[in-house]
Ligand binder design. Structure first.
Ligand code: NAG
Ligand code: NAG
Ligand code: NAG
Ligand code: NAG
Ligand code: NAG
Ligand code: NAG
Ligand code: NAG
Ligand code: NAG
Ligand code: NAG
Ligand code: NAG
Ligand code: NAG
Ligand code: NAG
Length: 523
């Protein structure tokens, strides 16, 4: 090599070395200018963005919400989440951000459409535009973001069909399009096998179960709730999606039986199928899903028995089978689900006794049952809510009720209960609501009613109570509603009734024989 050539090469090398940082500097500068220009279009620009200033251009990598690639010193992530930003992305110049991997503006008030220019962010792997006011349709250009792994457009005002081109995003693991007004695409063009998290919840989807989902074998979370999906739950869901931990199909019009193959979803923890048109029996094989914590099947047409195998579900915390056509007895095995805090079986055709074993459910805080015997109720000492209304319970209210010291809401209305009010009732000093209307309860209301200092609603209408109302009732200052009509009370309404009850809305005691004190505003 000639000396001059060597020199030339060396010079060229030096030139190159000096050019690179220069080039980086200039693109960083272009990025900084682009950010400032956009910030200046915002209708509300929050104080933290004051670091975005022309006098501070050289500090771009320390600007609020900005992170840089340490080698190139250009912007790699923009995270403007929850900064109370209002405006649009219309004037955001995406072109200079060639290295951007993350763009997160969740939980602001950004409106307008999602600009198609966002498709130029070719290295983007995380895009979160959730909880904003974006309208219009999803731009197909999003499908050019082939590095995308996380895409959330949740909770916006997006409408139109979901673009099938999204299916060409080969790496997306998390896709959340929930809480918009999106409509069916041509599902047959979809295929997104890399998905692990998928939510289409709360949209306007009307098709049958999208078949492509049953090929997303890595799914752990699936939420299609609050749409208008129809047809059966495909068998392939159970056979292919064995990694599912959460399955939420509630509030649709899915019909047909729940396959025994559901037992193949061995990793399932939360199952929500309420408010559908499902029928048939609850599969006995449900006990194979040993990690189940939440089972919500209410408001379907399930019939037959409550499988005793449910007793194997040691992690079960919530079991809601209300509003079906279940016609068995309550299996004593339910008492083995000792982690249950919520058990709801009301509005079914259950019969028989309340199993003694339920008294072992010491964590239970909410229970609603129907058509059972009340006698062992006194052991459920942690209960806060007890709703047994509109059943056919007869006999008197068991004195053991007084053991349920945590009760805040007691509703035994619409039964055939008779006999006097048990004195232990007045030990329930946490009660906010006491509904005993539409029964055949007799006897008097004793002065101890005044113990119920937290009571807001007292409804004893349509029973056979008699005698005078105790003065002590006037001292329950929290009462907002009282209803006593349809009894045989006599004497006068306590003169102080209402005096200490700032929020009392009104009360009725028609069809009693009470004398009305002058000036009373309660009748
Ligand atoms: C953005 O910041 C929020 C709040 O600090 C955080 O929860 C979120 O994960 C961040 N987003 C990205 C893409 O790093
Ligand atoms: C959006 O705007 C409304 C009304 O201006 C405001 O109450 C709300 O806090 C804003 N939300 C966010 C996330 O900035
Ligand atoms: C949502 O979009 C509809 C049109 O699709 C529009 O009429 C409505 O005003 C938008 N709502 C908000 C809060 O932007
Ligand atoms: C599913 O997950 C496994 C393990 O993480 C991974 O090796 C595989 O590539 C994933 N499949 C797809 C289609 O992404
Ligand atoms: C359960 O899945 C198997 C295939 O794994 C299938 O042969 C069988 O018919 C399915 N059961 C029902 C009730 O569909
Ligand atoms: C199941 O639901 C419970 C209560 O809503 C929640 O705490 C838990 O994280 C959920 N589990 C999964 C795997 O989603
Ligand atoms: C039960 O489901 C039906 C539709 O199947 C719906 O109309 C009704 O409102 C639901 N009831 C409740 C209490 O959610
Ligand atoms: C969906 O849920 C709402 C309660 O949020 C309920 O009123 C409605 O009836 C449900 N729709 C169906 C079809 O079950
Ligand atoms: C429950 O209902 C099913 C189907 O309607 C019926 O075959 C069965 O005899 C009923 N069982 C009981 C205990 O009433
Ligand atoms: C029962 O619930 C508690 C708290 O929710 C949890 O820590 C514990 O692991 C659960 N036990 C079982 C067997 O699931
Ligand atoms: C309650 O649980 C204990 C311990 O598991 C058991 O020995 C007892 O028989 C149970 N009580 C009832 C009434 O089932
Ligand atoms: C009602 O409360 C007042 C003031 O606390 C008290 O003097 C009075 O004895 C109480 N009346 C009844 C009937 O408990």
């Amino acid at each position: 090599m000639a000396a001059s050539q060597k020199l030339y090469a060396a010079l060229f090398h030096v030139l190159l070395l000096s050019l690179f940082p220069l080039k980086a500097k200039s693109s960083a500068r272009t990025q900084a200018e682009a950010l400032i220009q956009w910030r200046d279009t915002l209708s509300s620009s929050p104080p933290p963005l004051t670091s975005w200033s022309r006098s501070n251009l050289h500090n771009l990598c320390r600007w609020t919400a900005v992170s840089c690639n340490p080698t190139s010193r250009t912007v790699s992530r923009i995270n403007l989440s929850s900064l109370n930003i209002a405006g649009t992305l219309a004037r955001f110049n995406f072109t200079p951000f060639t290295d951007l991997t993350g763009f997160d503006i969740q939980n602001n008030n950004v409106s307008g459409t999602i600009p198609s220019a966002i498709g130029s962010l070719s290295k983007l792997n995380h895009l979160d535009l959730s909880a904003n006011l974006f309208g219009g349709s999803i731009p197909v250009e999003i499908s050019r973001l082939t590095e995308l792994q996380y895409l959330s457009l949740h909770n916006n005002n997006l409408s139109g069909a979901i673009p099938f081109q999204l299916a060409s995003l080969p790496k997306v693991r998390h896709l959340d399009l929930g809480a918009n007004y999106l409509e069916n695409p041509d599902w047959s063009k979809f295929s997104m096998p890399s998905l692990e998290y998928l939510s289409f919840s709360l949209n306007e989807l009307t098709s049958e179960f999208p078949a492509f989902i049953t090929n997303c074998r890595n799914l752990t979370f699936l939420d299609l709730s609050y749409n208008h999906f129809t047809g059966q739950i495909p068998e392939l869901l159970y056979t292919n999606l064995g990694k599912l931990e959460t399955l939420i199909l509630s509030n649709n019009s899915f019909q047909g039986p729940l396959s025994a193959n559901i037992s193949k979803l061995t990793n399932l923890k939360n199952l929500s199928l309420q408010n559908n048109l499902l029928s048939g029996r609850i599969p006995e094989s449900i006990d194979s899903i040993s990690g189940l914590q939440i089972v919500e099947l209410f408001n379907n047409s399930f019939q037959g028995n409550i499988p005793s195998s449910i007793g194997q579900l040691k992690h079960l915390e919530k079991l809601d089978l209300r509003m079906n056509a279940l016609n068995s007895t309550i299996p004593p095995e339910l008492g083995l689900c000792t982690n249950l805090t919520y058990l709801a079986l009301a509005v079914n055709k259950l019969s028989g006794e309340l199993p003694l074993s339920l008294s072992n459910l010491s964590k239970l805080t909410k229970m609603g049952l129907s058509q059972n015997s009340l006698s062992e109720i006194g052991k459920l000492t942690r209960l806060q809510y007890l709703y047994l209304f509109n059943n056919n319970f007869s006999g008197s209210i068991p004195p053991e009720i007084g053991n349920l010291k945590e009760l805040t809401n007691l509703d035994l209305s619409g039964n055939q209960l008779s006999g006097p009010l048990p004195p232990t009732l007045w030990d329930l000093t946490n009660l906010n609501l006491l509904n005993l209307f539409f029964n055949k309860i007799n006897g008097k209301i004793p002065p101890e009613v005044g113990n119920l200092k937290m009571l807001q609603t007292l409804d004893l209408n349509t029973n056979q109570l008699h005698g005078e109302l105790p003065q002590a009732i006037s001292n329950i200052t929290s009462l907002t509603a009282i209803s006593l009509f349809g009894n045989n009370f006599s004497g006068s309404i306590p003169s102080d009734l209402g005096k200490y009850m700032p929020s009392l809305e009104g009360g009725t005691s028609e069809s009693n024989q009470l004398e009305r004190p002058s000036g009373s505003r309660l009748i």
